[in-house]
Design a protein around this ligand. Structure first.
Ligand code: NAP
Length: 349
């Protein structure tokens, strides 16, 4: 093992106090799991990206069980500072991030182990992982941008798989996954229809991504937004939807997707009322929709995505909404919980 001097770390662990207004995180100092196991590596973390999922877990809303007082967050970018004696694929100095489900390597595994839920997450200044669950991150990206790849980035990548130049995508909302989807759609030559609850955000996005222009629709002030999306596409519908609302918007999303098109179900941000799904089966059949469940991606997906980013040299700094210092993790999580961001919120260490 390479000789790193560090033996302890600082980490933010959840308080598991879900009372509104109380702290959701506690900064702790703790021993690192040393000596390193033969195939483990020690990573000095430079940036941690925050997702809706993290804010939801911190506030007790995760629909799946979580480790008591676990370390929050699953997205990190850092530099390897020590390796176990049998590590083969990685070396000191490599820039890496862990995948978010550490049992999802090729995509054919049957188990699952989610960071920040089944096991500790990454909101810490040092983390230790087996080399098998780490991916090399693109070298052209700074730490802040690179940290957004494993969850929001890979999810957007999985959601848009199979699209080809000239097709049209409906992207719902202006959060992290959506902004990544927007960047990928642009890189892939797709036409973008973007929805948001905020005219101000839509205006900002039209100005930021003006050439070629994006089409926009406000899903709050236009409750029948699917009809507007149909109009924007000459009555045909979009080729694919990055579906973020869940139960509340799924049927409408299908109604504005072309016959034979794809709806990638990513999120569950709306009020989840099963009554909203009354027309689900008839709409799927009528429009011959392919409904595709998205659950981030495997290690192989992450590697493919990093290769695509590196090939296109796609800048990601324009989808970073705000960078907080590590010490302000509590404020950063609350900011995401309130949905104030357009794109990504990141902690810098
Ligand atoms: N399946 C997966 O693999 C996967 C991976 C990552 C995230 N997710 C899920 O995907 C969703 C988005 O995650 P994120 O990290 O991008 O969240 P985020 O950064 O917090 O973004 C949330 C944004 O979505 C928009 N939104 C809110 N309610 C909506 C609704 N009812 N319909 C459409 N859009 C709505 C809002 O944008 P405006 O303010 O512009 O309206 C909001 O700012 C969450 O449900 C998350 O749990 C799933």
């Amino acid at each position: 093992m390479s000789n790193a001097q560090v033996t302890t770390r600082q980490a933010f662990r959840r308080t598991d106090d879900y009372t509104p207004g109380t702290p959701k995180l506690k900064l702790v100092k703790e021993d690192l799991p040393l000596p390193l196991a033969p195939t483990s590596v020690l990573v000095k973390v430079h940036a941690v990206a925050i997702n809706y999922r993290d804010a939801n877990i911190a506030n007790g809303g995760n629909p799946w069980p979580v480790l008591p007082n676990g370390i929050l967050c699953n997205d990190a970018a850092g530099e390897i500072i020590a390796v176990g004696e049998k590590v083969k694929a990685l070396a000191v100095g490599d820039r890496v991030g862990p995948i978010i489900d550490t049992e999802y390597i090729s995509g054919r595994e049957v188990g699952r182990s989610w960071l920040a839920a089944d096991e500790d997450g990454v909101m810490a200044d040092h983390i230790v992982f087996d080399e098998a669950v780490l991916c090399k991150l693109p070298v052209y990206l700074d730490w802040i941008s690179a940290s957004t790849i494993p969850c929001a980035g890979v999810t957007a990548w999985s959601a848009l798989k199979g699209m080809s130049i000239g097709q049209t995508v409906l992207i719902q909302g202006t959060g992290g996954v959506s902004m990544f989807a927007l960047k990928l759609a642009r890189a892939a030559g797709l036409r973008v229809v973007l929805s948001s609850s905020s005219d101000k955000k839509l205006q900002q996005m039209r100005e930021k991504f003006s050439n070629p222009p994006i089409l926009t629709v406000n899903y709050t002030t236009t409750p029948d937004w699917h009809k507007e999306v149909l109009e924007l596409t000459g009555g045909v519908g979009v080729d694919i939807v990055v579906e973020n609302g869940g139960t509340g918007s799924l049927v409408k999303s299908m109604k504005c997707t072309r016959r034979g098109g794809i709806v990638s179900q990513v999120g569950y941000l709306s009020k989840q009322n099963p009554m909203d799904l009354a027309e689900l089966v008839s709409t799927i059949i009528d429009r011959r929709i392919i409904l595709r469940g998205i659950n981030a991606g495997s290690k192989y997906d992450t590697e493919d995505f990093c290769a695509a980013l590196s090939a296109c040299q796609t800048p990601l700094d324009d989808i970073i909404d705000k960078v907080f210092p590590f010490e302000q993790a509590e404020e950063a999580v609350q900011y995401v919980w309130e949905g104030k961001q357009i794109g990504k919120v990141v902690l810098k260490l």
